[in-house]
Design a binder for this molecule. Structure first.
Ligand SMILES: [Zn+2]
Ligand SMILES: [Zn+2]
Length: 369
């Protein structure tokens, strides 16, 4: 049994508590990981606010971390002590029908237990004063020690600093991956919402060779960083501005080849459909909509060739595909500078989420060392 400092969410709408927890040893197919750093991401906020159907309280949030293997449980073959790893909220078992297909990066092998806040055998490895504390998204990276199934850990090269590349656990991979998956050289691209995901779609679009990269956001404070990352035009979506769809059509002489939606607002999803070009325009949905929301669109657009897609974790199969993205970072193609706007010790976690709520951070990371 190990003791560890962790951030605990006791229930919706309560501040996170920093407490010592007990972490039980890894069981069959599980791995004990020491987290070095963890980014704060918007999906954690949905658990803090009671808006996440997979949140079982009390829980330890966090799904954008990086760390080292401390101990492997029975049957673990692909990892050993000292390996550098990134926990994956989307695992890759390698043998299910989804993993065997090249059409998706989803793997639902352990989804049922993950969404109940427990390990695949139905129990939690975390406790506090004898009481069970639940896992969240199968990762719980806001704990110094966490236990993760082997199939949900991407082994990565050891020559990159773990504190920076924690962002590959969610934001960077989701954004850059989605761009590389959908953009062809010369494409005109629109990105709605320039937060942690949007900014990485912008740099993914630059890497993919897009000819025009239009960013749309409410706050002009995002403009400088987005420009540094490759944005060619900024469109303000504030009240009183012109309709962004009209502005984008004008800028692109008819519409974009690919539009990415990162806000989760149904009205903006519709805008992303409307600003894509007739014949082949694609609208890619990444933002998470409110529960039970539905979207309306004119079918004629689809009959004339437009399409709506989604993207999960950038379409990257975590265990087999993440290494290639990390290589792009080492080669200098993927830029992380300016993305980590704030750094805190674990005790600053509530402040980090406060900055996120107020739109004052790009990414805050929690450093354990
Ligand atoms: Zn995330
Ligand atoms: Zn699988």
């Amino acid at each position: 049994m190990n003791n560890a400092s962790a951030a605990i969410c006791a229930g919706p709408d309560t501040p996170l508590e920093i407490a010592e927890i007990a972490v039980a040893p890894p069981q069959d197919g599980e791995v004990l990981v020491e987290i070095v750093a963890s980014g704060l991401c918007h999906t954690d906020l949905t658990a803090l606010d009671g808006e996440n159907a997979s949140a079982v309280y009390p829980l330890i949030p966090g799904h954008e971390g990086a760390g080292r293997v401390i101990e492997t449980g029975p049957g673990v073959k692909s990892l050993s002590e000292g390996d550098h790893v990134i926990p994956l909220y989307g695992p890759e078992c390698g043998s299910c029908s989804m993993c065997r297909s090249q059409r998706t990066n989803l793997c639902w092998t352990i989804k049922k237990t993950r969404d109940k806040g427990v390990m695949p055998n139905g129990t939690s490895r975390f406790s506090r004063g004898g009481q069970t504390v639940h896992h969240f998204m199968g990762t719980s990276t806001l704990s110094r020690y966490t236990v993760v199934p082997e199939i949900a850990l991407a082994k990565i090269r050891r020559d990159v600093p773990l504190d920076e590349i924690c962002l590959f656990g969610c934001g960077v991979t989701t954004g850059v991956g989605a761009a590389l998956q959908h953009i062809r050289p010369g494409d005109k691209v629109a990105v709605f919402g320039l937060g942690g995901i949007g900014i990485n779609i912008i740099q993914g679009a630059r890497i993919a060779g897009a000819s025009q990269i239009i960013g749309i956001d409410l706050t002009e404070t995002k403009e400088a960083l987005a420009t540094q990352y490759g944005m060619t035009h900024f469109v303000s979506a504030t009240a009183g501005s012109d309709n962004p769809v009209e502005v984008i059509r004008e800028l692109t002489s008819g519409g974009v080849d690919v539009a990415f939606e990162c806000t989760g607002l149904i009205s903006v999803m519709r805008q992303s459909f409307d600003c894509s070009v007739a014949g082949w325009g694609k609208s890619i949905l990444l933002g998470v909509e409110p529960p039970a929301a539905e979207m309306a669109f004119p079918p004629v657009g689809v009959r004339y060739g437009k399409s709506i897609h989604g993207s999960y974790f950038g379409g990257i199969k975590g265990r087999s595909g993440l290494g290639k993205l990390i290589d792009l970072f080492v080669d200098g193609e993927i830029d992380l500078s300016g993305q980590i706007s704030h750094q805190f010790p674990l005790s600053g976690v509530n402040e980090g989420f406060r900055l996120m709520r107020q739109g004052m951070s790009v990414r805050s990371i929690i450093r354990f060392e």
